[in-house]
Design a protein around this ligand. Structure first.
Ligand SMILES: Nc1ncnc2c1ncn2[C@@H]1O[C@H](COP(=O)(O)OP(=O)(O)O)[C@@H](O)[C@H]1O
Ligand SMILES: O=C(CO)[C@H](O)[C@H](O)COP(=O)(O)O
Length: 559
């Protein structure tokens, strides 16, 4: 049999990328990135220019299709591989990134009559405007003693499906009414490749983002009725659709999409997956004890376990949610790279930009180099990493960032270092929450853009967590994982694999170089982390709700 290949397509927050992978050893033969033409829509709607409210984050579904029709042909062409040897394709996506579609599976925002309503568009994972609904979901679920709450660390997030659906119902009942189904974007894109007759939902997003359980299904109609009588039957109506396991073949590539993507019709398309979750086999992790960090604009922390444990603020524990046969745990930080980007774009003085330009480097690299000259603790700064709220362990999108310890001598690189450190403390909170509650964390695995871009950041993470960090050898780990699932969907008989464990064992690699904790740094960071923890609890657990009061005053001032 000639060499066989699969394609993985990774849908990130700002761009989508395709990677063509050799199935014999995981070599990434070609990759191509398509930045989303409309990027993140968080100020005004395209065309109409309708202004969006604070905390909104939308996307354009056409951008996702453009990734398929630009990046996929580009990798096929660049690789020189015969399309006949490409046997499967898998995708992974940010999540919960959801959209309302009509009975034909068309996004409601494509309908000229509905396009001016912001609720007809894709709500991106970091759309945080459904917090009121999330608060009520939690209050009502707690009052009713719903058994699903412990599986989600005690709180359902405003980033997830049910809060977003309810926000649509509350603020745009006409859009809700005209919605045939609410879909995860990952399932919608898969349906566009396989034809929309049978839309299948993947068990990963259903489990982590829509409160679905392998044995119990969705929460009861009574629960939804208690939220709002209009939601009583939502799981049989607008959330209907078979939920199938990761690695399942969702269908086969249609003739029309094959022509647009430069592939052969009929190849296996795997059910959708989530970026962070696909990264786990992508980095070769198929057993417990190894926490995978998908590090980019945000961080998702993924871990396998053998028993269901309660862990404060985790995003969820889902049976078979990452690797079949294990409980998959997820936690996360909703801004990491985004915080550094904010500082680079909004906070650095002009002389830093000029110096970086003159030295032919970018501002991040300039700041990293200068920040590396400091020892842990030497800046005198301490920050809380809540620029986009706190996902784990507090699960509160209404918290904000904080930097303590400024003086007239504070330098931009010191601020930058304090922001890197703050995100490391946030990760330490998560590691401790798992480890101290019986879900062991022995070592860390890192993938995504950040480990490739910032060595100082990685050393700080090793020192703050006091654990060795292995880094994925792949530049596109989620896409590699997605390609593995594509190969599993195709099956061993076609030259793919029969299960994800076999695929990961053959195709995943980590770099030889690892980041090891440096004992003297560990000791200083331990003291700083204790200080971080005090601030974390003081501002995050209700002792001083000043951040919430400031938000309320801001809202009053805006209206
Ligand atoms: N040298 C750097 N150091 C730290 N962060 C960086 C650096 N360069 C870019 N970033 C941040 O990396 C993030 C993008 O990460 P990446 O993994 O490429 O994207 P995504 O999360 O969309 O998949 C941005 O938020 C950006 O601010
Ligand atoms: O919540 C998620 C996964 O469960 C999101 O997909 C994730 O936070 C977005 O990640 P990024 O843009 O950093 O790839």
């Amino acid at each position: 049999m000639s060499k066989k290949y699969a394609i993985g397509v990774d849908y990130g927050t700002e761009s989508g990328r395709a990677v063509l992978v050799d199935l014999s050893d995981g070599t990434e033969v070609a990759d191509h990135v398509t930045p989303y033409p409309h990027n993140v829509i968080d100020e005004k709607l395209p065309i109409s220019g309708i202004k969006l409210e604070y905390d909104w984050a939308l996307q354009h579904p056409q951008d996702y299709l453009e990734v398929l029709t630009r990046s996929v042909p580009a990798v096929v062409q660049a690789s020189g591989v015969d399309p006949a040897d490409i046997i499967g394709l898998g995708i992974d996506f940010t999540a919960c990134t959801m959209l309302p579609v009509d009975a034909q599976g068309q996004p409601l925002c494509f309908n000229p009559e509905l396009t001016n309503n912001p609720h007809s568009w894709v709500k991106l994972w970091k759309h945080h405007a459904a917090q009121d609904e999330a608060n009520l979901i939690n209050e009502i679920a707690e009052r009713r003693g719903e058994d699903f709450l412990p599986r989600y660390g005690g709180k359902i997030s405003s980033e997830w499906m049910i809060a977003k659906v309810w926000q649509i119902l509350n603020e745009a009942p006409d859009i809700y009414e005209q919605t045939d189904r609410f879909l995860e974007a990952t399932d919608w894109v898969v349906s566009q490749m396989t034809g929309t007759a049978e839309i299948v939902r993947n068990s990963c997003t259903a489990g982590y983002k829509a409160i679905w359980h392998k044995k119990k299904g969705y929460p009861s109609d009574e629960f939804f009725k208690a939220l709002d009588p209009r939601l009583e039957n939502v799981t049989q109506t607008k959330l209907r659709g078979e939920v199938v396991a990761l690695g399942t073949k969702a269908g086969e590539l249609t003739e029309s999409m094959a022509a647009l993507m430069g592939l052969q019709p009929g190849i296996a398309i795997a059910v959708g997956n989530v970026d962070a979750h696909a990264a786990v086999p992508g980095v070769g992790v198929v057993t417990p004890g190894k926490l995978v960090m998908a590090m980019g604009t945000s961080i998702c922390h993924m871990l396998l376990g053998t028993e269901e444990r309660e862990v404060e603020g985790m995003c969820g524990v889902v049976e078979d949610g990452i690797i079949p046969g294990y409980l998959g745990y997820e936690a996360g930080q909703s801004a990491v790279g985004d915080i550094f980007a904010w500082y680079v774009e909004q906070g650095v003085p002009a002389y830093v930009q000029a110096a970086a330009e003159q030295e032919g480097t970018n501002v991040h690299e300039w700041l990293e180099r200068h920040a590396s000259a400091y020892k842990p603790g030497e800046t005198g700064l301490l920050a809380l990493d809540w620029w986009n709220g706190n996902r784990s362990v507090l699960v509160d999108t209404e918290l904000n960032g904080l930097i303590l310890g400024y003086s007239l001598l504070t330098k931009p690189e010191e601020v930058y270092r304090s922001l890197l450190e703050a995100t490391a403390y946030g990760t330490r909170k998560i590691v401790d929450a798992f480890h101290n509650n019986g879900v062991e964390v022995q070592e860390l695995y890192a993938c995504g853009g950040l480990p490739q871009k910032n060595r100082l950041l990685m050393q700080i993470y090793a020192d703050v967590t006091n654990r060795e960090i292995k880094v994925a050898d792949s530049k596109q780990t989620p896409a590699l994982g997605a390609a593995m699932f594509g190969a599993v969907a195709a099956g061993a008989a076609k030259g793919g694999y029969d299960n994800i464990v076999d695929a990961a064992q053959k195709m995943a690699r980590v770099r030889k170089d690892t980041f090891k904790p440096i004992p003297e740094n560990v000791a200083v960071y331990e003291r700083l982390y204790q200080e971080y923890s005090k601030l974390h609890d003081y501002f995050g657990r209700g002792e001083n709700d000043v951040m919430k009061r400031l938000r309320a005053i801001r809202e009053e001032a805006r209206h």
